[in-house]
Design a protein around this ligand. Sequence first.
Ligand SMILES: *Cc1c(COP(=O)(O)O)cnc(C)c1O
Length: 370
Amino acid sequence: MPRPIEALIHVQALTHNLARARACAPDAKIWAVVKANAYGHGIANAYEGLRAADGFALLDLDEAQQIRSLGWRGPILLLEGCFETRDLELCSRLKLWHAVHCEQQIDWLAMHKTHEPHRVFLKLNSGMNRLGFSPQSFRAAWTRLNALPQVDEISLMTHFSDADALRFGSDGIASQLALFEAATAELPGETTLSNSAATLRHSSRLRSDWIRAGIMSYGGVPDFPEHDPAHWDLRPAMTLRSKIIGVQQLQAGDSVGYGSSFTAEQAMRIGVVACGYADGYPRHCATGTPVLVDGQRTRTVGRVSMDMLAVDLTTLKSSGFGSEVTLWGQGPKGSLLPIDEVARAAGTIGYELMCALARRVPVTVQHPVS
Ligand SMILES: *Cc1c(COP(=O)(O)O)cnc(C)c1O
C-alpha cells in the first residue's frame, strides 16, 4: 500500500471560484492565471475546472504548449512576454498573446519574421517597479509597437502592488490607477488591470476588459486574515490529506519530535501523521497550527519532520490509528481548513503552500458527482 498521503483537486471548487470572479466583474473577460503549474494544482488537473474562462495566463512556454495540447484554442497570454528572440516563433505558431514590458522585447519583435501578426499587451510600470515601461516612456513604446507590421493589436496592462490592503493612507490602488488612466488616456485597445485582490475588493471602481484571476480561482484568499474564504465565498480547490500511522501516550514532562520543542504539561495522546516537509507541509509551522482529524479541529505539536508530524488527540476520543487527517482544504462531513490559516502559522501565504506541494504526493482529480 502506498503511503497514505494524497492531494485532491476539486473540479467543482475551481468552477465555483471562477464563477465568483465573473460575478465580481460581470462585464469583463477572465484570464484564469495558471502559472507555476496552476499554482501547484497541475495544469492538466486544473484545466477541466477552469475551461469556462475566456483565456489562460501564464509565464512558461511549455505550460502554454500544454494548454494548447489539452485542446484550448482560445487566448493564451504570456504575462512576462518573451525571454529571448526565438520565443516569438512559438508565439506565432501557437498564436500566443504576449506582454511587452521592455525595449528589448520590441527590438525582438521588430526583427521577427512572421506572417502571423501578434497581439501584444503593453505593460505600464505604475509603481510596483518590477516589469513595465515608466509612465514617461509608455506612449513612445506604444507608438513604436504600433508602427511594426509584426503587431496586429495592442492592449494595455498594469499590475497593482497593494490591492490587498489599505496602505499609505489609501485603498491600495488609487495612485496606480490614476497613473494608468493618465498614461493610457486616448490610446485605443483593451485593458487588463486586476489580480484577485483587486477583483474582490475594488471591482466597483475598476473598469477593464480583462481581469486576471489567480489565487481566487484556487480558493485562496489574497487578503487573509482581514477576510476569510467564507467572506468571499471561495472554496478550496486543493486538499492535502493523510492518515494517522502511529499513536503515542504521553505523560507530563514527555516531549515530542526533533529538538524536543514541545513538552507535555499533562498526560496526553498524540497521533503521528504521514506528512512532513518533504511533502510540502511547511516546517515553519510551530506547535498549535490548526489541523483536522476526522473533520475535527485540533493542533499540531512539536516540530514538523521530513515525513511526519504530530497532532494532539487528547480531546478526540474516537480518533486514533488510521484516522483521516486534513492538512488543508476540504475534510470529511463538510469540514474545511483554509490553506491561508496554515500558511499564516508558517509565516507565509497560501500561494506559497499550493505552489510547494511536493512531487512525491500523488494527486487525484475529484470530479463533480452527477
Ligand atoms: C500572478 C499574477 C496575477 C495573479 O495574481 P493573484 O494574486 O494570484 O490573483 C495577475 N497578474 C500578473 C501579472 C501576475 O503575475
